[in-house]
Design a protein around this ligand. Structure first.
Ligand code: GLV
Ligand code: MN
Ligand code: MN
Length: 419
């Protein structure tokens, strides 16, 4: 049983903060784009830091920009209870992905404060750096470094499209006051991590179930592919002489689709989300293509065999077309099983509150995937309309968000009172 009476979330304030944060974007509303190190990213950080300071909470930022908002418990030496999510947004995104888990958690903490709770354990809200892979092609950079699954050396050398490294960006924005190795969490810093997030799939919305409790997070992977063909005059180079990088890439994109469709698992999904060509002139044969491929499954085994199939296709297509390839596995992460005790606690909390809930799989990845390597971890999902996400019409209603924040607040109340 939660140790406090029903907590009240200030739905209006939470919604107006979500709306306000959505205006901090690289694009005009309703589009939200907030790419790591953009002016919008830096302004969003300032926005949330002000909210934390107004709530009287302690702030810390590590050298990769992960922000920690702490409400000190009566026994600050006990491992803290953590919650949180991200505020960065891919190009052409909506306003709820990640943000619900940041501002919803802040409101959950305020509700606990209003209820007069004196937490035994500290509660920490973590706002993770770069959950989205937009700038460096790798997602969850902040949480990977916290968990120690990404080495500081490799992280420092991550390069964006312009060739600027993470290390160089850190210096430019003034976060370089220490080595990236210092980001890694010490053992037993947290007793639990719970992330509130929109489902990003259609099930809760379709079934009109207000809460999803995540038991498993699917296994994502990312490939980066550089294709080098032979350019030339679009009028002068005859068809049998061509080594067109775009056409090799186009065949590969179809092979990526086929690898998912023929994997034998309905859970395999594959996307060629980035495809750029050089020189990009209508009267020039493309000499260079850059592709980034996202491949996932709920099971590592089927994901890995589809991955191997894609790699075979790349070799075969490039050989046949006389195009050279440089293929990199940027990330191949395992699926994550959420902590069964934490899943049960959230289920019990929903039942006590009279909120229907269902256990489910997350097909999207989250910072929780990496926090799970550091402490018991689980996620609370709320519905989003038609499952739309990573698009501007992503939508969860104020009531749905309030329900999620209420369940989170009660879960945190239980966890921070536990021995
Ligand atoms: C997270 O944004 C994902 O792509 O799953
Ligand atoms: Mn996302
Ligand atoms: Mn997200």
């Amino acid at each position: 049983m939660p140790p406090v009476a029903k907590l009240s979330i200030n739905q209006n304030r939470l919604q107006s903060q979500i709306d306000e944060l959505a205006l901090i974007s690289e694009n005009a509303p309703p589009v939200v784009t907030r790419i790591l190190f953009s002016e919008a990213d830096l302004r969003a950080r300032a926005f949330v830091k002000k909210l934390a300071a107004d709530a009287g909470l302690h702030l810390r930022q590590d050298v990769v920009g992960n922000i920690f908002v702490r409400w000190a418990g009566q026994n600050p030496d006990l491992p803290a209870v953590a919650t949180g999510s991200h505020m960065d947004a891919i190009p052409n995104a909506g306003k709820f992905d990640g943000v619900v888990g940041v501002l919803g958690a802040m409101e959950a903490i305020r509700a606990l404060q209003r209820a007069g709770l004196h937490p035994k354990r500290s509660i920490e809200l973590i706002i993770f750096t770069a959950e989205e892979p937009t700038r460096f092609g790798l997602g969850c950079i902040g949480s990977r470094l916290l968990a120690g699954t990404l080495s500081p050396e490799k992280a420092a050398l991550l390069k964006d499209r312009d060739g600027t490294t993470l290390e160089s960006w850190r210096r430019q924005v003034g976060w370089a006051d220490g080595d990236l190795g210092s980001v890694r969490l010490p053992r037993h810093r947290y007793s639990a991590f719970v992330e509130l997030h929109i489902e990003q799939g259609p099930l809760l919305d379709r079934e009109k179930t207000p809460i999803g409790i995540v038991e498993k997070i699917a296994a994502p992977s990312t490939l980066r592919l550089e294709l080098t063909g032979v350019g030339g005059h679009a009028g002068a180079v005859l068809m049998p002489e061509r080594h067109d990088a775009l056409l090799a890439g186009a065949e590969i994109a179809l092979a990526v689709e086929k690898a998912a469709l023929t994997s034998g698992s309905a859970d395999t999904v594959a996307t060629t989300g980035i495809f750029r060509i050089e020189p990009g002139a209508v009267n020039s044969v493309p000499c260079q293509a850059h592709l980034e491929i996202d491949l996932r499954d709920t099971e590592a085994r089927t994901r890995d065999s589809a991955l191997a199939q894609i790699e075979r296709s790349v070799r075969e297509i490039c050989r046949r077309r006389g195009v050279t390839s440089d293929l990199e596995r940027v990330a191949t992460d395992p699926p994550v099983i959420c902590d069964p005790k934490l899943v049960s606690l959230i289920a019990q909390t929903c039942s006590t509150l009279g909120v229907p809930a269902k256990r489910m799989i997350s097909r999207a990845y989250h910072d929780s995937s990496f926090m799970a390597q550091v402490c018991p971890t689980a996620m609370i999902f709320i519905p989003c309309r038609k499952g739309y996400s990573h698009r501007p019409d992503e939508y969860s209603s104020p009531e749905q968000i309030k329900t999620g924040a209420t369940v989170l607040a009660h879960t945190l109340a239980s966890l921070c009172s536990a021995d």
